[in-house]
Design a binder for this molecule. Structure first.
Ligand SMILES: NC(=O)c1ccc[n+]([C@@H]2O[C@H](COP(=O)([O-])OP(=O)(O)OC[C@H]3O[C@@H](n4cnc5c(N)ncnc54)[C@H](OP(=O)(O)O)[C@@H]3O)[C@@H](O)[C@H]2O)c1
Length: 239
């Protein structure tokens, strides 16, 4: 599949890095502002990776060059399928995607929406599925997906940072503390994905009666970690 990326910023560059890792021989043009858009003429899929307020200007430039049967995948937050369709000729398919930055490590999480065109979703899944996991969602949940998985890595980085501070206070070097924390997060996430158990059951397995885990958990509950996380995600979603 010929893929062209528009927008060489944070997420566009991460997606290009991911596609290079998947196939180092695959040319994946990434176009910045002012670059010639001629390369979209052969594209099966164009990934639009510009800020929401830059979308319409970019589509105005792209629309005349988009080939018949091609697909425009927009990762822009808050930019509806209807507004994308209105800016493009009818022979171009449209999908909204909400990926996150770990696509660069082939560990991304991408939500995809376009209820009316399964073949376009399949093409989008082929692209983003190579860089991590994908889910199909209703378009009405795209802003919620932005808050859940699009913003999500930032929540985790904040927790990692604090947890490393605890390790340093306990006497570990930064490098050792970082490895202890990041691999523990990775392992816990892997066990959630691999298991049908509710996270509460997985937590119980770690919590020996009268042991030290329950001491830590009580502090987290006293600090309202649970409601803080819920409210943080709701605030990011504007809910
Ligand atoms: N960052 C994330 O983790 C993340 C995750 C999921 C989704 N998103 C979405 O991805 C989009 C981009 O976010 P970002 O963080 O990557 O922003 P960014 O770093 O500002 O990247 C946007 C890039 O697009 C370029 N651009 C603007 N108009 C263009 C045009 N007409 N042709 C070619 N390039 C153009 C910009 O150039 P200039 O600097 O010259 O304007 C900039 O380099 C946003 O809509 C956001 O909602 C981001």
């Amino acid at each position: 599949m010929n893929v062209v990326i528009i927008g060489n910023g944070t997420i566009g560059s991460a997606i290009r890095e991911a596609l290079r890792r998947v196939d180092p021989l695959l040319p994946v043009p990434i176009l910045g502002r002012g670059d010639t858009i001629a390369s979209v003429a052969d594209a099966d899929a164009v990934l639009l990776c510009v800020k929401p307020h830059q979308v319409l200007e970019a589509l105005e430039l792209l629309a005349p060059s988009m080939p018949h049967g091609s697909l425009l995948i927009s990762v822009a937050a808050k930019t509806t399928l209807a507004s994308l369709r209105a800016a493009l000729p009818p022979h171009v398919g449209v999908v909204r995607a909400m990926p996150n930055l770990p696509v660069g490590e082939l560990a991304g999480m991408t939500a995809l929406a376009n209820e009316s065109a399964p073949e376009h979703l399949e093409r989008s899944e082929a692209i983003f599925g190579a860089m991590g996991r994908t889910v199909r969602i209703d378009e009405r949940l795209m802003d919620a997906a932005t808050a859940m998985n699009g913003c999500g890595p930032a929540y985790v980085y904040l927790m990692v940072e604090a947890w490393i501070d605890a390790g340093i206070k306990l006497g570990f070097s930064y490098e050792v503390a970082r490895t202890l924390v990041a691999q523990t997060m990775l392992g816990a996430a892997a066990s959630v994905l691999a298991s049908d158990e509710h996270p509460a059951a997985l937590k119980t397995a770690v919590t020996t009666p009268a042991g030290c885990t329950i001491e830590g958990l009580l502090q987290l509950e006293d600090g309202r970690l649970r409601s803080t996380i819920v409210r943080a995600v709701l605030a990011a979603a504007g809910a």
